[in-house]
Ligand binder design. Structure first.
Ligand code: ZN
Length: 200
């Protein structure tokens, strides 16, 4: 680009390949690094290189980790009888943050999306099937997103679960503090259908 330099152009072009970063944001981040946070640049490069070298997939749950097994799979405190299936590491972190779950996870690293050419091969199902054969597994909870792709993925993967294992889906419904009149009708409808006992 006129007025730029080849190295700056290269940084901008790479930043633009990241999700949610358009041409202007990429330029702003690159200039900010060069002009105001120059000392961050070698640190950032080193951290990226280190992460690239060290981070791999857990051989049990497919989440990201730096050893053979991730921290959750190595923990003796997790309930091995329950397996929660999520689409991404971010979803796993969100459920962990909720503090409501103490079982194990499996991270699909995506969802089925035929239009984008993403089929079952992308979901690491061979690893999941191995996990599903383990003795002691009593429940598989589907916590895929409440989107068309998330629902289709849950349906597809649920067919792989052996019959002796209970299959559940996380509830959909009203958010905490939500007021009914402002909710979209489909969420409200699902909340009515998925109603449970009144908490004591
Ligand atoms: Zn793991």
């Amino acid at each position: 680009m006129a007025g730029s330099t080849p190295s700056l152009d290269k940084v901008v072009a790479l930043l633009r390949r990241l999700p949610g970063i358009g041409p202007r944001s990429a330029q702003r981040i690159a200039l900010d690094l060069l002009l105001r946070k120059r000392e961050l640049m070698p640190q950032l490069a080193q951290a990226l290189e280190q992460a690239h070298r060290a981070i791999r997939h857990c051989t049990r749950c497919n989440n990201l980790c730096e050893d053979e097994l991730c921290v959750l799979c190595s923990s003796a405190r997790r309930d091995r009888g329950t397996l929660c299936i999520v689409e991404s590491p971010a979803d796993l972190l969100a459920i962990e943050d909720s503090g409501a779950y103490s079982g194990e996870y499996f991270v699909l690293m995506g969802h089925l999306s035929p239009l984008d050419g993403i089929g079952p091969d992308a979901l690491h199902l061979d690893l999941l099937e191995k996990r599903l054969q383990e003795d002691g597994l009593q429940e598989v909870i589907f916590a895929t997103n409440s989107t068309l792709e998330g629902e289709a993925t849950a349906q597809f993967v649920a067919a792989l679960v052996p019959e002796r294992i209970r299959v559940t889906r996380i509830a959909r419904g009203i958010p905490m503090g939500g007021e009914l009149e402002y909710l979209d009708r489909s969420t409200l409808g699902r909340a009515v259908h998925g109603r449970g006992a009144l908490d004591p």
